[in-house]
Write a protein that binds this ligand. Structure first.
Ligand SMILES: [Zn+2]
Length: 149
């Protein structure tokens, strides 16, 4: 009995019901009570069928129950897109240098005289007043003044 238990992992039985219908069922040893033969679905969380109308069909499916594992191969791998060091350095430098750029920059505030957009005259410079202020000017009408920084 013990030899048989080791080598036989699955079998096909012919099951004839009392009404005469015949099915071919793949069976395996029960996963705990190994001396019991049970229909294969008992052991496998089955997505494969274990009972068939013909022996031929049953044989075709027997391979699912002999312990073989599906083969899996990686066909395509998506890799994270990387930028080159040069790309990184030149982008970072232009961000960094524009942060410290001190030439006049539009600041989104309307000129109190003509209504055009004002410029921060020296974006990097803040007057140490209380509160701190920045020089502003209007490129259209030459208005000059200060805004709270
Ligand atoms: Zn103006």
């Amino acid at each position: 009995m013990s030899n048989n238990r080791q080598s036989t992992t699955a079998r096909i039985i012919k099951r004839t019901k009392v009404d005469g219908t015949v099915k071919f069922v793949i069976q395996q040893r029960h996963f705990i009570f190994f001396w019991w033969w049970v229909d294969a679905w008992v052991n496998n969380d089955i997505s494969t069928q274990d009972s068939f109308l013909t022996l031929e069909e049953a044989k075709k499916h027997l391979c699912y129950f002999d312990g073989s594992k599906a083969k899996e191969e990686i066909i395509i791998e998506m890799k994270k897109k990387l930028k080159s060091l040069d790309e990184h350095n030149s982008n970072s430098w232009s961000n960094y240098s524009s942060m410290f750029e001190n030439s006049p920059k539009p600041n989104g505030i309307a000129c109190p005289k003509c209504g055009e957009e004002l410029m921060d005259s020296q974006p990097m410079a803040t007057l140490t007043s209380h509160p701190p202020k920045k020089d502003i000017h209007c490129p259209s009408c030459n208005y000059r003044g200060y805004r709270i920084a």
